[in-house]
Design a protein around this ligand. Structure first.
Ligand SMILES: CC(C)(COP(=O)(O)OP(=O)(O)OC[C@H]1O[C@@H](n2cnc3c(N)ncnc32)[C@H](O)[C@@H]1OP(=O)(O)O)[C@@H](O)C(=O)NCCC(=O)NCCS
Length: 236
């Protein structure tokens, strides 16, 4: 399948950073918090939550049914610190005081790794990139729509912050994750290698364009064969 270029929509939001970005993220989180299943609450995580987030991530990763679904080796920088301060925002969902889910949005600054380069974006558009960096849900809370809610929240924040390009890397074997992202308009555009030599789908949504499904070049590919088909991504 290829997606022909489509008309570019005007995209006028003003870029915001640091505290201003956290304020926007917190305001957008109110809608998510108001609509959670009973017994759950949500708030933005801050640097004081570093240990909480670190422990939660280690616990979820230790319980993965397939270790390739999430490998911290594929992350860049100092993940927790970066997503609790100026380079990102993270929503936490709690059951009483226990963290049961989080969704992290990376807001790369000049000099930070920027997946827009992997996508071949022009330099001028790199400041308009946000990373859908990571989300995890406690196994006991899965299937309640928390991931979908956290994806929606990050889309709203990225758009409100003027970050037109939303990009994520995801294991092709993690069907839940990338099919969820595709349902929210983030489609696989390339196969890339990330940290530790891991092969990952690079998924992307551009808020300024509407993708058009090209029936002429569409091809049905079994999902387990996807990572052997670099040709599909190379031809666009
Ligand atoms: C992948 C992962 C984040 C999914 O989390 P989740 O909270 O179970 O996902 P959701 O509940 O939003 O969606 C799961 C299903 O529940 C269903 N669901 C149930 N109640 C729902 C509701 N109220 N609203 C939306 N969907 C709901 C959805 O239909 C969805 O079905 P689908 O998979 O066919 O889309 C979770 O399995 C996880 O943490 N995995 C380990 C870490 C990981 O892989 N992270 C992703 C990589 S960044």
């Amino acid at each position: 399948m290829s997606v022909p270029p489509s008309a570019v929509r005007p995209f006028g939001a003003v870029l915001q950073y640091g505290g201003a970005a956290r304020t926007v993220a917190a305001v957008r989180l109110r809608a998510l918090a108001a609509d959670l299943p009973d017994g759950l609450t949500a708030r933005l995580l801050d640097p004081d939550d570093s240990d909480l987030l670190t422990d939660f991530r280690l616990r979820v990763v230790a319980m993965l049914e397939d270790p390739d679904h999430y490998r911290m080796a594929g992350e860049v920088g100092s993940f927790v610190a970066d997503h609790l301060a100026d380079s990102g925002v993270t929503a936490g969902i709690f059951r009483e005081t226990a963290l049961v889910a989080y969704g992290a949005l990376g807001l790369p600054m000049a000099g930070d790794l920027n997946r827009g380069r992997d996508l071949g974006l022009p330099e001028a558009e790199l400041p308009l990139v946000a990373h859908m960096s990571s989300a995890m849900v406690d196994p006991r809370q899965r299937g309640r729509g928390l991931h979908h809610r956290l994806i929606d929240w990050r889309i709203e924040v990225a758009e409100a912050l003027g970050r037109r390009h939303l990009i994520a890397t995801v294991s092709a074997r993690n069907h839940h994750s990338w099919s969820h992202l595709a349902r929210h308009g983030l489609y696989p555009k390339q196969l890339i290698r990330v940290g530790g030599g891991l092969e990952r789908l690079l998924v992307h949504r551009d808020f300024a364009t509407d993708p058009v499904f090209d029936h002429a070049s569409a091809e049905l590919v079994p999902v387990e064969e996807l990572t052997a088909r670099w040709d599909l991504f190379e031809r666009g």
